[in-house]
Design a binder for this molecule. Structure first.
Ligand SMILES: [Zn+2]
Length: 464
């Protein structure tokens, strides 16, 4: 695909480039545009071909571990004979992490000094160091996280409220880092500033969307993250309920407006489009509403959330992948932000909450699509890259304990070990958590304790 800058492209489409212009949306719109052109010259295989690399790895072979034929041994590498991630692979990953961390630190010297966000800026780097501290217990990582948190505190701008793109990210991560270092006063200060943001989130006539990147669900995540990391009730239930209610009311209003109350009681739009994926769409919003910490009442979950999930499920492609929006009918994007790698998390949570096999079955089909089409030419990042797609396998592994998914997660990590060698597109923020190198390092670091893996700024609790 030609290297069209999102900005040039956006102008070409006739909408203005606002400050909340999102590269994920560019990906979808650009995809739709490309697709129209491609339809004239080739079949869909070519489109898929150019978005992902053909997966070069053999899939998990159930027979290998029990087989006595010596010839097959080693087929399921990098898992060892017990089905654990082998020590040799762990060492390779650790060495690569060291190497990439150094490259990242060097590269960050030229990064935008004003970008405090989790998505592309300094808070994302702080989160990476928190993760490295979590898996290694090394104090120096926590100190690095603090350095980056301090940097963000000077440049917050009060414009947005979410964890990924707004002030809530740095404030929530700041509260957690200070808490871990026993800086109680600083932690409380971050927390109280975080809670002050709720005014604009709760305002009914605000133009605020509900999705994860710029909307209410992204603020809700910040509150739930605090309670997970610092302790239940650090943010009181009343506050969480108010935010949850605002999200539900907004979805009901949109559904009524579109006369879809019988089919999809909670309907959401972002920039006038009904997106499905985790970043801008309904999968991300429903996923947050189903979190145990959100304390949505069981009758509300079954009467309002569940039929909405089922409505979205019916938009599934035959391949098992999901469209980027309700009106989009071409099966192209396999990203966390748009497609199966984001929707799978909603399905796994629905399986946990509603205890129906159909959700798990479709999650497994998502994983198959991701295995086939998930090694992305867009790069190794979390949002629309191979690392974000690898998290789908880790989440499915945590639910099923099926080694097949641990194996697939390792193979996507193996792909990330070749960072920069596949000729992928270079992202705009090449060292950031959601677009670039920090995200790949975050994913690689999960190989040490895959049972405890956690998609950053999204997953909250182990699903099983
Ligand atoms: Zn994306």
């Amino acid at each position: 695909m030609s290297e069209v800058s999102p900005l040039i492209f956006a102008r070409g489409q006739g909408y203005s480039v606002s400050e909340d212009f999102c590269p994920c949306r560019a990906a979808v719109e650009m995809g739709e545009n490309m697709s129209k052109r491609l339809k004239l010259i080739s079949a869909t295989d070519a489109e898929m071909e150019e978005r992902s690399f053909p997966n070069p790895y053999p899939d998990w072979d159930q027979g290998v571990l029990t087989s006595n034929s010596g010839a097959d041994v080693g087929y399921n590498e990098p898992l060892d004979a017990e089905g654990k991630v082998s020590t040799a692979f762990q060492n390779k990953v650790q060495n690569k992490i060291k190497d990439l961390l150094q490259q990242m630190e060097e590269g960050l010297k030229t990064a935008d000094p004003h970008d405090f966000s989790t998505y592309t800026g300094w808070t994302g780097i702080a989160l990476l160091y928190l993760q490295l501290h979590r898996v290694s217990n090394e104090a120096s990582h926590l100190q690095r996280a603090l350095d980056y948190v301090k940097r963000t505190m000077r440049i917050l701008n009060g414009r947005k409220v979410t964890f990924l793109c707004g002030d809530a990210g740095p404030l929530a991560v700041g509260a957690v880092v200070h808490h871990k270092l026993n800086n109680t006063a600083d932690s409380r200060d971050c927390l109280s500033r975080l809670l002050q943001l709720q005014r604009s989130v709760l305002s009914v006539d605000s133009e605020m969307p509900d999705e994860l990147l710029y909307g209410r669900a992204g603020y809700l995540y910040a509150l739930l993250y605090i309670n997970k990391e610092i302790g239940a009730d650090t943010v009181d239930e009343g506050t969480i309920t108010k935010v949850v209610t605002a999200i539900i009311e907004s979805g009901k209003n949109m559904s009524a407006e579109q006369k879809k109350m019988d089919r999809c009681p909670l309907l959401y739009e972002w920039h006038k489009k009904q997106y499905i994926g985790a970043a801008h769409g309904m999968a991300g919003i429903y996923y947050m509403l189903m979190q145990p910490g959100a304390k949505v009442q069981p009758d509300m979950l079954s009467e309002v959330v569940r039929p909405s999930i089922d409505y979205v499920r019916h938009k599934r492609f035959r391949s098992g992948n999901f469209p980027s929006s309700l009106s989009n009918e071409s099966d192209r994007l396999v990203h966390w932000c748009h497609g199966a790698p984001g929707v799978i998390h909603m399905l796994l949570m629905a399986h946990k909450v509603f205890k129906e096999e159909k959700y798990l079955k479709e999650a497994i089909e998502c994983a198959d699509v991701i295995w086939q089409r998930g090694l992305l030419r867009k790069g190794y990042g979390i949002c629309h890259g191979t690392a974000g797609n690898g998290y789908a396998f880790l989440s499915l592994y945590k639910v099923t304990q099926d080694k097949k998914y641990l194996y697939r997660a390792c193979k996507f990590a193996e792909w990330c070990l070749g960072y920069g060698t596949h000729g992928c597109r270079i992202p705009d923020r090449p060292y950031s958590l959601f677009e670039g190198m920090a995200g790949a390092i975050h994913y690689l670091s999960e190989m040490e304790k895959p049972e405890e893996s956690c998609f950053p700024a999204f997953e909250l609790v182990p699903v099983n």
